[in-house]
Design a protein around this ligand. Structure first.
Ligand SMILES: Nc1ncnc2c1ncn2[C@@H]1O[C@H](COP(=O)(O)OP(=O)(O)OP(=O)(O)O)[C@@H](O)[C@H]1O
Length: 436
C-alpha cells in the first residue's frame, strides 16, 4: 500500500468540535436534505457522529416540483436514508410566484415553512464557507446593512425554529473531496449552472477570479459577516430599548423619537417595522418620512410599508394596516356587553347612558363601508360622518375605512364616535369600533 496516499478523513472530522450549547444532552436533529453533495456529506457526517454522541437523527426533503428530476431526487434521498437508517419526511410544496417575487425567494419561503413544522431541536443545513461568501457579496451588491451581511449565522433561533449550520467553516472543495473519498452519491441540480441567477453568476464568473487573486477571500468575508452579526445584535438591543422608551400604548411618541440621534431614529423605525412583521422600508423612504417628522409638517405624514403604513398624526406615529372593509357585514343577534370579531376589526357593544335601545340588538343591524356623503342625526339637525370622524381625531387613513352601523337602511351610529340622537334611551348601549 502506498504510504503517502491520503487516508480517508475520519468521519466527523469536518464537523466543529464545539456544538452549540443548545444541543447539549439528548437532542434530535433534522437535516435539510436536498440530495445535493453538500447535504449528503452533512448527513454522512452526522450519521457517523450519531454513534459517538448518541443524538437522534432524521431528515426532511422539500419537493418543490420545479425540476423534471424532482421525483428522482426524492428517490435518491429515500434510498440513502433507508440505507443509513435515518427517518425521512418528504414534503411537497407549491411554489407560486406572484408579482415582483423571485422563484428562488418563494421556494425558500416554502422550504422554511416546512422547516417550521419540524419537531426536532434544530434543523441542520449544509451551507458552507463558499455559500457564506456568496451571500455576503450578494447582500453588499443589494446594498444591505449590518443585518443583511449577518444573514447566515451558524446558529439562529427564530421563534420555535432553530437552524444550525455546522459546515460554515468548510469550503465547497473540502466537501466535494470528502464525498469522493467516502463514495457518497449525490444528485446535481442543473439550475445551479444557470448564470441568469445572480448567485450562480457570482459562483461561476466572479468567485473564480477572486479566488485566484485573493486566496483567503472566503475566510475574510466570513469574518466580516461575524463582525456584522455583532454590530447587528448591538443595533437590535439599542433599538429595542429606544422603542420601549418611545412607545406610548401602541403608538410612538414623535417627540421621543426626535430626541434621539438621526441614526438611532432610523434604527428605531426599522426595528419597529420588523417587530410588527413588515418588510423594511427603503432608506430613501425612511429618510423622507423622518425628514417630514423633523420639519413638523402639519397634518398627516405617512411611510408606506407593504400592507400597512406608519402615520404621523398629532404628535403620535401609528401603524395603520391596509384592510379592505366589506361593503356590508350583517350582524348576528347581539348582547350587551359583547365583543364581536368582524372583518378588519372588532365591534364592542358597551352599556351607555343615554344609549341606543336594547331591543335593536335582537337583529337587523349591519356594518357597512362608507360610500361618502352620509349624515347622522344629532341633537341639532344632522352632521356629516366626515366631520364627526375628524372631530373625534380618527387618523385620516382610518377614516376612509371606518365602518358605519345601520339598522335596516337607516344609519344609526359611527361606532366609537357618535350615535343617532333620535331614538336614544336612558339605559342603552353604544357601539365602539376597534380596527385591527
Ligand atoms: N429541497 C430541499 N429540501 C430540504 N433541504 C434543502 C433543500 N434544498 C436545500 N436544502 C438545505 O438548504 C441548504 C442550502 O441550500 P441552497 O444553497 O440551495 O439554499 P439557498 O436558498 O441558497 O440558501 P438559503 O436557505 O440560505 O436561502 C442545503 O445545503 C440543504 O441543507
Amino acid at each position: 500500500m502506498d504510504a503517502t496516499r491520503k487516508r480517508p478523513r475520519k468521519a466527523g472530522s469536518l464537523l466543529p468540535d464545539h456544538w452549540p450549547d443548545e444541543l447539549s444532552g439528548q437532542c434530535r436533529l433534522e437535516v435539510g436534505l436536498s440530495g445535493g453533495v453538500d447535504s449528503m456529506v452533512l448527513l454522512h457526517l452526522l450519521v457517523a457522529a450519531r454513534k459517538e454522541r448518541g443524538f437522534e437523527l432524521c431528515a426532511v426533503h422539500v419537493h418543490h416540483g420545479l425540476s423534471a428530476e424532482a421525483d428522482a431526487w426524492v428517490a435518491h434521498c429515500a434510498r440513502v436514508c433507508e440505507a443509513w437508517q435515518v427517518p425521512l419526511r418528504v414534503r411537497r410544496v407549491a411554489v407560486r410566484v406572484e408579482g415582483g417575487q423571485s422563484l428562488e425567494a418563494v421556494a425558500r419561503r416554502e422550504r422554511y415553512r416546512v422547516y417550521r413544522e419540524s419537531t426536532a431541536d434544530a434543523v441542520v443545513l449544509a451551507h458552507h464557507q463558499d455559500d457564506l461568501a456568496e451571500t455576503v457579496l450578494l447582500q453588499l451588491l443589494r446594498g444591505g446593512g449590518a443585518r443583511a451581511l449577518a444573514a447566515m449565522p451558524a446558529w439562529r433561533q427564530d421563534g420555535a425554529l432553530a437552524l444550525w449550520r455546522p459546515l460554515l467553516a468548510r469550503t465547497r472543495d473540502e466537501l466535494l473531496a470528502y464525498a469522493r473519498e467516502h463514495g457518497i452519491g449525490w444528485v446535481d441540480d442543473d439550475s445551479n449552472l444557470d448564470t441568469r441567477w445572480r448567485r450562480n453568476l457570482l459562483r461561476h464568473r466572479v468567485m473564480p477570479g477572486l479566488a485566484a487573486a485573493l486566496p483567503h477571500y472566503r475566510a475574510h468575508l466570513a469574518r466580516s459577516a461575524q463582525l456584522a452579526a455583532d454590530a447587528a445584535a448591538v443595533l437590535d438591543e439599542v433599538a429595542a430599548a429606544d422603542l420601549a422608551a418611545c412607545l406610548a400604548g401602541d403608538a410612538l411618541s414623535r417627540d421621543g423619537l426626535l430626541a434621539l440621534s438621526p441614526p438611532r431614529q432610523r434604527e428605531l423605525l426599522r426595528h419597529w417595522c420588523a417587530t410588527l412583521g413588515f418588510g423594511l422600508p427603503t432608506p430613501a423612504a425612511l429618510e423622507s418620512f423622518r425628514g417630514a417628522l423633523v420639519a413638523g409638517h402639519a397634518g398627516a405624514v405617512a411611510l408606506e410599508l407593504a400592507g400597512a403604513s406608519l402615520v404621523h398624526y398629532r404628535g403620535r406615529i401609528h401603524l395603520v394596516r391596509e384592510r379592505v372593509l366589506p361593503a356590508c357585514q350583517p350582524l348576528p343577534a347581539l348582547a350587551c356587553p359583547q365583543l364581536l370579531r368582524c372583518e378588519a376589526g372588532r365591534l364592542s357593544i358597551e352599556p351607555a347612558s343615554p344609549g341606543l335601545p336594547m331591543a335593536w340588538l335582537a337583529g337587523g343591524l349591519s356594518l357597512r363601508a362608507r360610500a361618502g356623503g352620509e349624515r347622522l342625526a344629532q341633537r341639532a339637525g344632522t352632521r356629516t360622518v366626515k366631520q364627526l370622524l375628524q372631530e373625534a381625531g380618527v387618523l385620516p387613513r382610518l377614516r376612509e375605512r371606518w365602518p358605519l352601523l345601520y339598522r335596516g337602511e337607516a344609519l344609526v351610529a359611527v361606532p366609537g364616535v357618535a350615535f343617532t340622537q333620535e331614538d336614544r334611551v336612558e339605559a342603552g348601549w353604544r357601539p365602539v369600533w376597534l380596527p385591527d
